[in-house]
Write a protein that binds this ligand. Structure first.
Ligand code: FES
Ligand code: FES
Length: 160
């Protein structure tokens, strides 16, 4: 069995698994990192959204054999460590302040998408707009979309 090495939440990890196994299953079933949720497995629902090298990605759509040793994957479990300030990451704090979650299943992916979105627009030298929020494709079956939008706006204000 091939060995796969990458960086997960700041630590180098190595697994023995076939190249064609998708990263979501490696995270959840082999490494026990269950923040990224399984919803569709085909890159549609976005429940598994995490970060690779600081950008949003969906680990259900990436084969573990395509990862490189230096690829840095961050899941909701490691998000707080990417934030230099005290306390929780501001996006997580905003989620608590706005009491966003209902069942909670989609929420790790929603938060990871929100953080990546704010970073993406800042790299473009601007702030988030309503049109950016309209383009988010993370599905919430509980319909918490209004609170999600409010929390993203609050989190973005604090991510400076
Ligand atoms: S489980 Fe990854 S996008 Fe649905
Ligand atoms: S909070 Fe239940 S699916 Fe989003």
């Amino acid at each position: 069995m091939p060995k796969q090495t990458f960086i997960l939440n700041g630590k180098t990890v190595t697994v023995n698994v076939r190249d064609d196994v998708r990263v979501l299953w490696v995270l959840r079933d082999i490494l026990g990192v269950t923040g990224p949720k399984y919803g569709c497995g085909i890159n549609v629902c976005k429940a598994c959204t995490s970060h690779i090298n600081g950008k949003a990605f969906n680990p259900c759509s990436v084969k573990v054999g395509d990862l490189k040793k230096k690829d840095r994957i961050t899941t909701i479990e490691g998000l707080d460590e990417t934030w230099p300030g005290p306390g929780l990451h501001p996006m997580q704090q905003a989620w608590i302040d706005r009491d966003v979650a209902q069942c909670g299943y989609c929420q790790p992916g929603q938060i990871m998408e929100a953080v990546a979105l704010v970073k993406r627009v800042r790299r473009q030298g601007r702030e988030i707009r309503d049109s950016d929020l309209d383009k988010i494709r993370n599905i919430c079956r509980c319909g918490t979309y209004v609170r999600i939008r409010e929390a993203i706006e609050q989190g973005a204000r604090k991510m400076r």
